[in-house]
Ligand binder design. Structure first.
Ligand SMILES: [Mg+2]
Length: 339
């Protein structure tokens, strides 16, 4: 990962990216517990269940979803119930790459991303564009689309599981992000997702203090972006992650305020509020996320990953309907978790 970091950081710094925060040491602010297989399986199943539950609702407005709520996996994209989408397929591709290479190695990851993106259901635009450039031989540190879409964040969970130290998680999450999303806020959101998985999977508290630590871990990386819905206000992932603390306990208000579209400035803070409102009630949290409107599969998938990291697979299983576990990705998750 060191050589990849040097290559990417040199190129991005020449374009004015401030990567200083990623060079600083970062420690867990609590005594980390051991990572268990239960937390690994919980995280990966959580990602897949949220994805499969939210996918039939993707792109629909909240009012419409709440008028006809679902409580089980349903067919979508002309595929049977339990089919997962890009959120899960790319998460599992990243997990496999890290386990095979023992680190974050773009040369190993790129062909896996190309393969997963070409087979997946309902893939994202920015990832498809980047994958097309990679397929034609573009260098991995130059190929990414300049987009603050959700694609880099939604697949980042395995980084939080398979790297132990927070500064290594941060750099690995950054590197895997820019391969498809060459954008500072997309990278910041991938870092936040990976670090939060790492935090929860090692016994960190499911409380608002996590938000301030996560925001501090990416401070200075971003250039403020104009939100699509609040055009006058320029926003960063770091700022919005801190702001999410004001909405814990009021997810409906959070959806109104942050919105739920396929854009990191919307999905990530909304998902954080859902999880922190119901960390011990996974069925409630996942259904809420899957009915939030717009990018429901990514929203529920992020929430699912954190629930699984926090609760582990046994508690997650005992507190959710058994038919939710019939996700198509189950054999792949079992294979990865046993390694
Ligand atoms: Mg998706």
């Amino acid at each position: 990962m060191q050589a990849a970091w040097r290559t990417a950081s040199e190129s991005l710094r020449q374009e004015g990216w401030n990567l200083d925060v990623l060079e600083e040491p970062l420690d867990w602010p609590f005594e980390p517990g051991p990572l268990t297989i239960s937390r690994v399986r919980g995280t990966l199943y959580g990602v897949a269940i949220g994805d499969a539950l939210g996918a039939p609702n993707e792109g629909k407005p909240r009012w419409k979803l709440q008028a006809e709520p679902l409580d089980s996996l349903k067919p979508h994209n002309e595929r049977p119930a339990g089919t997962v989408t890009d959120d899960t397929d790319l998460t599992l591709a990243l997990a496999t790459s890290i386990l095979e290479s023992g680190t974050l190695e773009p040369e190993d990851l790129v062909p896996r991303l190309i393969e997963a993106a070409s087979k997946t259901v309902a893939g994202g635009w920015a990832t498809e564009q980047a994958v097309e450039r990679l397929r034609r031989g573009a260098a991995w540190w130059l190929a990414g689309t300049p987009s603050a879409g959700n694609g880099a964040a939604m697949r980042a969970a395995p980084v939080g599981l398979f790297f132990d130290e927070p500064d290594a998680i941060r750099r690995a999450a950054f590197l895997q992000a820019i391969i498809t999303h060459r954008d500072r806020s997309a990278a910041a959101s991938a870092i936040v997702n990976a670090l939060f998985v790492g935090w929860l999977a090692r016994g960190g508290p499911a409380g608002e203090e996590a938000l301030f630590w996560l925001a501090g871990a990416v401070d200075g990386l971003e250039v403020p972006l104009a939100s699509r819905h609040r055009r006058k206000k320029h926003q960063t992932v770091a700022g919005l992650v801190r702001e999410a603390a004001e909405y814990v306990g009021e997810p409906e208000k959070a959806f109104e305020h942050f919105r739920t579209g396929a854009f990191v400035l919307e999905t990530l803070p909304s998902a954080l509020v859902v999880f922190l409102t119901y960390p011990d009630h996974p069925e409630k949290a996942l259904l809420l996320a899957a009915h939030a409107g717009d990018d429901t599969d990514t929203l529920a998938s992020l929430v699912g990953g954190w629930l699984g990291a926090y609760l582990g697979d046994r508690k997650l299983r005992s507190r959710t309907p058994s038919n939710w576990w019939q996700v198509a990705a189950a054999p792949a998750i079992e294979r990865i978790s046993r390694r």
